[in-house]
Design a binder for this molecule. Structure first.
Ligand SMILES: NC(=O)c1ccc[n+]([C@@H]2O[C@H](COP(=O)([O-])OP(=O)(O)OC[C@H]3O[C@@H](n4cnc5c(N)ncnc54)[C@H](O)[C@@H]3O)[C@@H](O)[C@H]2O)c1
Length: 340
């Protein structure tokens, strides 16, 4: 019998990446599929040539197939119910972002995980990238000195069609979780407060506000600013965002596509009105898999080693709290203290 018996819940678009990954693990067997629309589960089983039972109810799937891992690739509104069912049955759960559709949902999931001996881990695939690992390592090693400010720009004219066009807070809720989590990952700092102004550009095809500017205070005294839009046309940034991190000795830049680079004061040259700088490339030593696959590798490794994964719910709640703090600030027009 395989070490990991997996039930996948939610057989929509994103689950394809998960099935691709699971198919390659030699210690893992998919033992059942669940979707509230049973036809979605049936056609996924057919497409993937998986001869496993399909269900519309997770509780029944667990009873019949006896899994030890549940992969939750459902919509955010379903994450709480899926997590509580899986954890109550003693299964580990690997779930898509965002952890919950509200901070209340995310807290309830964390509470259920804390009560259980199983773990709930969240997909934050944008941490798994050789370049962002080099950024984080460079900062942690003090290449630019003590960090005072992190700035991230995210501008992509994204024409999804479908539910995102109609949802409230599409940018902050559906996308900014990645950038906020990346900022915490890069800096090692956690959020204290946020001021956010959300708006819609002229000509925006989104009903909800698809643009935002946020200012976070972090617990190491630094600030993190975020400027983003899903309805700006021209000069798109990468999906990883375009970063400028400023420290006491210099600045690190990463556009999310090309290798990151630092410019620090050249102490071998005399100081001047504008100092001379030297350019330092960051060593790219990380050899893990990128994106979803890297995060899934870490999720399974954490179960193997009986430790919390990097994106365990205990950590991820802090990124989730940044999202809902920003939304509350945008609604009230006030600076919001971030609690998690
Ligand atoms: N990490 C990323 O980069 C990334 C990118 C896109 C989407 N996502 C996330 O992936 C998740 C799924 O997104 P998607 O694009 O595949 O959505 P989707 O709508 O294509 O698929 C979701 C599926 O879940 C099913 N479902 C909903 N509630 C259910 C429940 N309670 N039980 C069983 N099945 C249920 C739906 O019927 C549907 O088939 C979301 O949380 C989304 O935010 C992550």
């Amino acid at each position: 019998m395989a070490k990991y018996r997996v039930v996948v819940v939610g057989c929509g678009g994103m689950s394809n990446k998960w099935f691709d990954y699971l198919a390659l693990r030699t210690d893992t067997e998919v033992v059942g599929l669940v979707d509230i629309f049973i036809d979605a589960a049936k056609s996924m089983a057919e497409r993937r040539q998986l001869e496993v039972p399909v269900f519309s109810d997770l509780e029944e799937a667990i009873e019949v197939t006896k899994p030890n891992v549940i992969c939750d690739v459902t919509i955010p509104d379903s994450h709480r119910q899926v997590a509580q069912t899986a954890l109550a049955a003693g299964c580990h759960i690997l779930g898509e972002k965002p952890m919950g559709a509200s901070l209340e949902d995310a807290r309830a999931i964390l509470h259920a995980a804390n009560q259980s001996s199983s773990r709930y881990t969240v997909m934050q695939n944008r941490r798994y990238n050789q370049q962002i690992r080099a950024v984080r390592d460079g900062i942690q090693r003090g290449m630019i000195g003590k960090v005072g400010a992190i700035h991230a720009d995210f501008f992509i004219g994204a024409h999804f069609g479908g539910f995102r066009d109609a949802m409230a807070n599409p940018l902050i809720l559906d996308m900014a979780i990645h950038t906020f989590d990346q900022a915490r990952f890069i800096s090692g700092a956690d959020p204290v407060s946020v001021f956010c102004h959300e708006f819609n550009m002229p000509g925006s095809w989104y009903q909800g506000n698809a643009s935002a500017v946020c200012l976070f205070e972090m617990n190491d005294g630094s600030v993190f600013t975020y400027r983003g839009s899903w309805s700006s046309e021209g000069f798109n940034t990468s999906w990883e965002s375009d970063w400028r991190v400023i420290g006491s000795l210099g600045t690190l830049r990463w556009d999310g596509t090309n290798p990151p680079v630092c410019q620090v004061v050249d102490e071998t040259k005399p100081h001047a009105f504008i100092h001379e700088y030297k350019k330092i490339k960051l060593p790219m030593t990380w050899e893990g898999q990128e994106g979803h696959w890297g995060c899934l590798d870490e999720m399974f490794a954490a179960i193997d080693e009986d430790r919390p994964a990097e994106t365990d719910s205990k950590d991820n709640i802090k990124s989730v709290a940044m999202v809902f703090g920003a939304i509350e600030s945008a609604k009230t027009g006030k600076k919001v203290r971030i609690e998690y």
